[in-house]
Design a protein around this ligand. Sequence first.
Ligand SMILES: [Zn+2]
Length: 459
Amino acid sequence: MSLARKLPLFLLLVLLAAVAGGLLVVWPHLEGQEPQILLQTQPTQLGRQTPLDITVRDEGTGLASLRVTAVQNGKEYNLFDKNYATGSQWDRQGLGEASEKLEIKAVEQGMVQGPATLIIQARDRSFRNWFHGNLTERQFQVVVDTLPPKVTVFSRTIHLNRGGVGLVVYKVNKPTPIHGVQVGKRFFQGVNPWPQDPLACMAYFAFADDEDKGASIRVLVQDAAGNQAGSGLPVRLKWKEFKSDTLNISDNFLEALAPRFMAEAPPAKQSPLDVFLWVNEDLRRQNHAKILELCTKPSPQQLWQGPFIRPQGKPMAGFADRRTYVYKGRDVSHSSHLGLDLADLAMCPIKATAAGKVIFAGPLGIYGNCVILDHGQGICSLYGHMSELAVHPGEMVPLEGVLGRSGATGLALGDHLHISILVGGVFVNPTEWWDPHWIQDNVALRFQEAGLPWPPVGK
Ligand SMILES: [Zn+2]
């Protein structure tokens, strides 16, 4: 074959290669995979200021834009518009994922009370649709409601002890998914236990042993649109100083304790004193974080009846005792004792202080073998240092049902029971709950004042 005849074939091959090469470059940009829109919660209401957390994701060419609009009475409102940048001018690949925390201010935008459609649109960087990209659109029927809820508090004077518990009964004029009592920085979520009166609410709250004397105490409610309202509470706080206790720690004590925690303690903490300090401070903090997590998902119903029953035993240490640990004449550590220590016969049966549901049964750091019961509506009890456990999580336990046997596991040397009561995950003075007069004046009376049955009648 002559060169003249070969040339067109060669050119054709070059052209084909160029087209194929071009396709290889362009092909990924023609992907048809639409971006995903993920929402924490489905929007149903828009208030004065409604949070909306949106996560957008695109596995192909990456994200190009996110747009949020609303349509009400034929008018369109632009609520959010964002274009996402690419890595560089040459690299068209966009972000794979973006999370946006929006605050929608419907009224400020000019919207009025009533129904509207909320539209969320995400586009990717695909060349499809004439370079507009793949579009994902989600629509939600919402109601603009900026009227704050109204709250009526029924409770008259609430006598509250430092380290103690209060109960408040109140009513709202529309459903409020979030309602309860704010004490300083802590919020105690309330419940709606009356099926025949779903707008009636109650909340137990605690004045923690470490709370500031002047902490404000208020009922706070928030409707589905995010509108809030509050009300002060007629609280009379009885302040008291907690007992101070000095504990001299000996080498014998440290050497007896260290082996129990050696495996858990960080490798750097290997002297018996270092292990003790880690246990008394870091491990105590970790254990309390775990207990808080366990005790803030309570049953909405009251699972107990009548006053709690105090477990047997001689009191060895009281609630909120301020402990100073002295080693060789030096203050080495501090802690607050957030329960009661009761000593009876060794390995005696430990009984439930009130009926409840087992939410934890197992080893728990300083508390050793430990059982936690949920009594409903935010009240829990904890039993520590046990030698044997007789219950399992999920089990219902009657008043004085046996939970196991006493012991000296965890941060304990002699056989005794450590019992704590918690409200909303906050440790409170257990003795209030064993006092029938306190139950009458601080629990039963609150329901009488509100004219509501106690315990709540119904399913
Ligand atoms: Zn104790």
